[in-house]
Design a protein around this ligand. Sequence first.
Ligand code: GTP
Ligand code: MG
Length: 254
Amino acid sequence: MSKNIVLFGETGAGKSSVLNLLKGSEVAAVSDSAVGCTFEHTMYPIPPNYNVFDTAGLSEGSAGTVGADKAIEQLEKLLKQLSLTGGVNLLIFVAKFGRITKTVEDNFNLFVKTICMNRVPVLLFLTNSEWEPNPRKWWEENAQEYRNHGMIFGDSVVGCAANPDKYPAPVKPMIRERRKQSLKELTNLIERHALQSAWRVVDPAAWLGSVVIAVIQILMAVSTFFFPTGSIVTVLGKLGLSSGLITSIVNMFK
Ligand SMILES: Nc1nc2c(ncn2[C@@H]2O[C@H](COP(=O)(O)OP(=O)(O)OP(=O)(O)O)[C@@H](O)[C@H]2O)c(=O)[nH]1
Ligand SMILES: [Mg+2]
């Protein structure tokens, strides 16, 4: 069975660009606009060994655009597809080179701690690092900063995922080289870190209840989300949560 790899991280971090790098062609749309549709996802098979899930992350600044009900609905679809295809073997956190913000941390916590319960190895792919002269040294000096924010990685690629076409001609060869190097490092790390046997939940019903609560808590702290009580009740009902649990969730966030 193919191993499942989930790309996650803030809107615009470069997840679709990393997917395209792994696929070797421009299959996923890369965009400059922040839409903030958490958990929307597409699965791309990379034969013979992997399925890569490209997800949409939490974003800052597009207040009021996404309802928590929509996010939970999408989350359920993502989890179902992961479960039907065997579970999760590896997470790849994609982030832009630079400051560690609250949104970066929220995105990390959502997937690594809440959804995967710290049971799946995580790699970091730092995009926008094409001008960094010594990526390895940079990581040795900065890994602690990520640890200080509770983000622990199996390893990292400090690299470049962008399409070389967007650069001026004189720097294209250098960008192509950095991309090639980033792909080589990432492929080696995937081979080394992906779980041989995928992690999946033992008791999906109990887990889903606790994930939904934790997810709503994170979403409510992000300005992008609003909480339409009526449709939340409908969505939670569809997920099969008991009416008692639904009432306590709604009361918690109302
Ligand atoms: N300079 C530079 N730009 C990059 C790099 N990786 C991605 N980008 C650019 O960053 C922008 C966003 O990239 P996407 O791959 O669409 O980001 P995403 O995380 O998939 O975004 P959403 O799907 O909206 O969450 C695009 O303009 C990319 O070309 C990189 O390594 N260096
Ligand atoms: Mg994308």
